[in-house]
Design a protein around this ligand. Structure first.
Ligand SMILES: [Zn+2]
Length: 288
């Protein structure tokens, strides 16, 4: 038996606490400014039990910034993520972007002060594709799923048919729309999307979302595959008809930056991601 609880400290900084009969793990760790609230939420669920792991699906500021605060609250907690995520989290230029994006998110949430611990972000356990994290009664297999970032990792529990997904598969934008999150490469992202879709998950924890089971799980995966391909199809048609980067960006934003998404992601962060996605797509379309 296990439970999964959204313990995120603020909308957009979702993090999920997985409690098993053995070890406990936090999936992603949210923003810096809301880490204090997240720690309190975790303590409420754990009732004195320790937090054993933080499993990072990738190194973006809204997923990884809270880890340093968790290591202060639970000194024994080990942060796990891919080798590429480790490299990014230790890189001064990436830390500067994380700090800036965290400040922006805090400002939008009306938070003036919070302690910045970005320089202490790191990964203790590097996981590669196929590596196992042993939570006692539950074993999680790391699945490399690059596409959103190079460092994206999903976690898979075969016995429970449970997929702890990452953003490469996409983010639920509401009404059956799943927003593609490819920033590194379309072909690369689709390989990962197909790999995750083929696992046969019966339950899926979606990033920024919730635990979907049964039919809603199957629909999310089907919609994720559809929208990942569909936007590329539309972009390719657009490029063939002479559309430029700004026009395609506009089209992407209209489709996917729904009011539902706006609750989860500040416009500045959305635009920053888009500034990688559209030129990347255009490059792949022109190269094909
Ligand atoms: Zn991300």
């Amino acid at each position: 038996m296990y439970s999964i609880t959204n313990v995120g400290g603020a909308p957009g900084g979702e993090a999920f606490l997985l409690v098993t009969g053995g070890k406990t793990a936090l999936i992603d760790s949210g923003f810096s400014y809301s880490a204090g609230r997240m720690a309190a939420n975790i303590k409420d669920v754990l009732q004195g039990r320790p937090l054993d792991y933080v499993l990072l699906t990738h190194s973006h500021y809204d997923h990884a910034s809270g880890s340093a605060y968790m290591q202060d609250a639970w000194p024994g907690v080990k942060v796990a993520g891919s080798a590429y995520a480790k490299k990014i989290l230790e890189k001064p230029s990436a830390r500067a972007v994380m700090r800036e994006m965290n400040d922006n998110a805090a400002r939008l949430a009306g938070v003036d002060t919070y302690e910045d611990r970005t320089d202490r972000l790191h990964i203790d356990i590097t996981v590669s594709d196929g590596d196992m994290i042993d939570l006692g009664p539950m074993k999680l297999q790391a699945i490399a799923a690059p596409g959103h970032t190079k460092c994206c990792t999903a976690f898979w529990c075969e016995e429970e048919k449970l997929l702890l997904s990452c953003e490469t598969l996409g983010v639920d934008a509401g009404n059956g729309v799943v927003m593609p999150c490819y920033m590194v490469g379309y072909g690369l992202a689709m390989q990962s999307v197909e790999k995750l879709a083929a696992l046969g998950a019966e339950k899926i924890l979606t990033p920024h979302g919730s635990l979907l089971e049964g039919r809603t799980c199957a629909e999310f995966i089907k919609n994720a595959v559809y929208w990942n391909k569909e936007f590329m199809r539309r972009a390719a048609a657009g490029v063939r008809s002479g559309k430029g980067e700004a026009e395609l960006a506009c089209e992407f934003k209209e489709l996917f930056y729904t009011p539902f998404m706006a609750e989860l992601q500040p416009e500045k962060a959305f635009d920053l991601n888009l500034s990688y996605t559209v030129p990347m797509l255009m490059k792949e379309i022109r190269g094909n």
